[in-house]
Design a binder for this molecule. Structure first.
Ligand code: CUA
Length: 334
């Protein structure tokens, strides 16, 4: 969120400006519940303040305690029955919304151009494995910034997420697009949403997952189908080979980078850290924490803990020349 402000974007992460039907149903329920709670608050406080004022001590009151009243069957029945009915009503409307929201991920509709992505939560970043789009098989991996196409009046283009975890519990939450769903080790949860409004939607890991939980941010880029196709074409292409950075590539491959990171078509095939094949197609690094600039990449390669204290990647103690070479190589991975 801080980053978006720095970029001059008014990041709107309010649940009260939904950009998808799913988020809309949730906010409708929230407003209904708030209205009911508000009425209860006004009635209870109203009776309380009225009683305090109406039955206050008067000058001509007899000394000692006033008459004591014990028990009233009608009142007891009323204050048991009324809350029971209110809670029962809230259970019904909540269940209806839950079913509505959960029906979408399970049943892709006829005629949808649906996108399927497997999301894997890691400490502290998001891995996106693109599985298929509109019936076409996809097979590439990216990180932290989820791209999806927008629908229009004729065709809906929902994204169906299969949520998994690589380590501990996380939770996927982009307030303007849908409710939060947890990523639990050893199981798969489903979440789907769609939008017709292109834009950048921000979110946040919503389940405490360790030191950098607060900096495990989410960015969803919703774009027109043509823009999305162009992005897909770039992501599915092999990594760029630029002879000008051959030294940097060699340094990268000769160091521990390759144990965790992956660059397709090279010996770097690690899967414990973000796939770097098209690193430069992402606007940010460190799960949305800082812009993907040369200076931030340098800082990161030199010592990632200066940006994200506690991150699993250690400082490798490379020479400044080696670090610069690696950064220049990474900068070609468009
Ligand atoms: Cu991941 Cu909190």
């Amino acid at each position: 969120m801080l980053l978006a402000a720095v970029e001059g974007r008014m990041a709107d992460v309010s649940i009260f400006s939904p950009a998808s039907p799913q988020a809309g149903w949730i906010v409708d329920l929230a407003i209904l519940a708030l209205a009911i709670i508000g009425i209860i608050f006004l009635v209870v406080e109203g009776i309380l303040f009225y009683s305090v004022w109406r039955f206050r001590r008067a000058k001509n009151d007899a000394p000692g305690e006033p008459a004591q009243v014990y028990g009233s069957e009608p009142i007891e029945i009323a204050w048991t029955a009324a809350p029971t009915m209110i809670v029962f009503f809230l259970v019904l409307v909540t269940t209806r919304t839950l079913w509505q929201v959960e029906a979408a991920p399970v049943q892709p509709r006829e005629g949808d151009q649906a996108l399927f992505v497997t999301v894997i939560g890691h400490q502290w970043w998001w891995e996106y494995r693109y599985d298929s789009y509109d019936g076409r098989k996809l097979d590439f991996i990216t990180a932290n910034e989820l791209h999806m196409p927008v629908g229009d009046g004729e065709t809906q283009r929902p994204v169906h997420l299969t949520l998994q975890s690589g380590d501990v519990c996380h939770s996927f939450w982009v307030p303007r697009l849908g409710g939060k769903v947890d990523l639990i080790p050893g199981r798969s949860n489903l979440l789907a949403f769609e939008t017709e409004q292109p834009g950048l939607y921000l979110g946040q890991c919503a389940e405490y997952c360790g030191a950098q939980h607060a900096n495990m941010m989410l960015r969803v880029v919703a774009e027109t189908p043509a823009e999305f196709e162009a992005w897909l074409a770039n992501e599915t292409a092999p990594a760029v080979e630029d002879p000008a950075v051959a030294e940097g590539k060699a340094t990268f491959l000769a160091n521990s980078c390759v144990n965790c990171h992956r660059v397709s078509g090279t010996a770097a095939q690690g899967d414990g850290a973000p796939d770097l094949t098209h690193l430069m197609s992402r606007e940010t690094i460190a799960a949305g924490q800082v812009p993907n600039s040369r200076s931030n990449l340098r800082k990161w390669v030199h010592d990632p803990h200066t940006i994200k204290p506690g991150v699993l990647m250690p400082a490798f103690g490379l020479s400044t020349e080696e670090e610069n070479q690696i950064v220049e190589y990474l900068r070609t991975l468009k």
